[in-house]
Design a protein around this ligand. Sequence first.
Ligand SMILES: Cc1cc2nc3c(=O)[nH]c(=O)nc-3n(C[C@H](O)[C@H](O)[C@H](O)COP(=O)(O)O)c2cc1C
Length: 186
Amino acid sequence: MELTDVILNRRAVREYTNAAIDRATVERLIEAAVLAPSAMNLQPWAFAVLLDRDRIEGYAKRAKEWLLASLSQSSYDPSIRHMLEDPKFALFYHAPALVVVLAKSSGTQAAEDCCLAAENLMLAARNEGLGTCWIGFARPWLDMPATKADLKVPEHYHVVAPIVLGHPKAWPESHGRKPAEIHWLR
Ligand SMILES: Cc1cc2nc3c(=O)[nH]c(=O)nc-3n(C[C@H](O)[C@H](O)[C@H](O)COP(=O)(O)O)c2cc1C
C-alpha cells in the first residue's frame, strides 16, 4: 500500500477472526517498529510477545479485574466502570496476539521513542492487512512487577504500549478527526 493509504486506513480494530498470527509476522512488524527514530538513537525498546490465546484471555481477565478493583484510586473516568463490568467486555478483544512495547530505561525520552516504535508497528500491520489496537487500559496491570516477572521481562523495564494484533473481522469506519489546531507564526 501507499504510505498515505496505510495512514488513512489504519483503525483501532476491536473484532478479530480466529486466524492465528505466526512468529514470522510479528518479527516482520517488529523489524518495522525498530526503524523508528529515537532520541540519540538509543533505541530503548524491547518487545514482549504473546501468541498463546489462552494466556492472552487469562491476562485480559486478570487485568480487567485489577482495573475494576483499582478504579476509585485511578485517574480514569468512573463511567468506564460500566463498560468493564459488562462480562462480555474483553480487554484484548479476543485477539490472537499481544505485543507489549517496553522501555528498557527511564531515560527522559524513552517513552516517546517507544510510542514511535508502536506506531510503526501498527502501520506495518495495516500494510499487511492486519488490525491492531493499543490497549492503554492494560498498561498499569502489565507494568506491575508480578506481571513483568510472568512476562519474563526485567522489573525495571516500563510498559509503554500494549498492542493487540490479528485479522480484522471488518475494518471499522473512521471516527474522523477534529480539524488540527494550527498556530501559524508570522
Ligand atoms: C495511548 C492509547 C491508548 C488506547 N487505549 C485503548 C484501550 O484501552 N482500549 C481500546 O479499545 N482502545 C484504545 N485505544 C484506541 C483509541 O481508542 C483509538 O485509537 C481512537 O479511538 C481513534 O480511533 P482509530 O485508531 O480507529 O483512528 C488507545 C489508543 C491510544 C493511542
